[in-house]
Design a protein around this ligand. Sequence first.
Ligand code: GDP
Ligand code: ZN
Length: 461
Amino acid sequence: MDIDTIAAIATPPGEGGIGIIRISGKDALDIGNKIFLNRDKKTLKDLEERKLNYGYAINPKSSKKIDEVMIVFIKGPKTYTTEDVVEVHCHGGTIPVRRILEAVLESGARLAEPGEFTKRAFLNGRIDLAQAEAVMDLISAKTDSSFDVSLKQLEGSISKEVSNMMSTMLEMLAHIEASIDFPEEHDVDEITYGQLEDGGKSILEKIEKLLDTVYTGKVLREGLKTVILGKPNVGKSSLMNAILRESRAIVTDIPGTTRDIIEEYVNIKGIPLKIIDTAGIRETEDLVEKIGVDKAKEILENSDLSIVVFDVSRELDDEDLEIIELVKHKKSIVLLNKTDLPKKIDEEDIKRYLPNTAIINTAIVAGRGIDILEDTLKSMFLSSEIQIKDNTIVTSVRHRNQLLKAKENMKDALESINLGVPIDCVEVDIKNAYENLGEITGDTVGEDIIDKIFKDFCIGK
Ligand code: GDP
Ligand code: ZN
């Protein structure tokens, strides 16, 4: 295990109120001591622990002042990493944080790798792997709901469920060992198999229950990928504006994978939507025309929902039909817009083309129907009894994959039990399931996976 002392700038690059340099490891206090002096020429060692002290960061060789700072020393193990930690709070500019970091590195710290502070918290046993991953999810959360779920995971929601299953498995394995070692004391056929079946079934159920939350988890994490479709002038931009106005905006333009595409995160009644808007929609007002049918199809393939807008004041035409054709087999919501004008589209026609689709009458410019759209969205995606607040929700693809593997293992185990296969075969399946679940919490995980997980963290976390 690493025992050297690491340091990094913990605040994001750029200018801000405060910049923080974090130091962790056995030499943290020594290093903090070398780079700090207060007005009374006291060093960090002269001052109280866990107290923010005012003074100056200094160059350890020349004793020249670098910046006015607040500094705190926190003795392990009650720290983020469980190691001794020093934090220096300086002015939030690129120069002071860089200079202080340099002074810290010259005083004996090593520059931390991405995620290394959190990795130490994990390696030192303060948090498990799922909790460490939750830290990263918290930081990168784009929606309130995904932040809330990550916070629960940091508190150990996934970890607790998985560890419970693992301890049940350990009991089962102990039972099997006992029946193998002392067969005369155990009626293997009846008692053990029966108990194993009960235990196995209850674990399988729990795994399945967690897997049931994966879709919700994906929606919460990534947002419901939503495309607004419609021929020119039906009211797409007006809808977009209305949604942006209504939602507690988390609106950031994030360039997507394709250069033309802009993704905006909005929150509609707790459902995070990632509206896949194309620059094209704004320029030529028509997704299909701008980027072509193939591209539109591709976007639709990768989306969870399309909102299709029609203008009821104009008769249905080929362009409308082309769009209907595109969304025919996709989850969609139809808006019959401009209902404030004389109607030239028969709702029944739309129903015939798109029989299983919710149809909502709107007059977007008048603000009518938006609330119904929001309710419809909510009931479409959160009707599945999954209460975000009270449930453990699986948001990580890695966790999902491990759960799927463990599920297969447990199914195999149950099948073997039913067939009365020799008990050591059942044992192997349960052991595999145990290992697979253990990779979620980090109990049974290899170094390569750990490195891969922390590699994606940001510097200073
Ligand atoms: P887009 O081309 O699909 O993005 O359509 P826009 O949102 O740019 O709207 C085209 C025109 O229709 C604009 O002049 C809007 O003000 C108008 N419009 C949008 N919604 C309504 C509506 O519900 N009723 C009426 N009467 N006009 C609307
Ligand atoms: Zn538009």
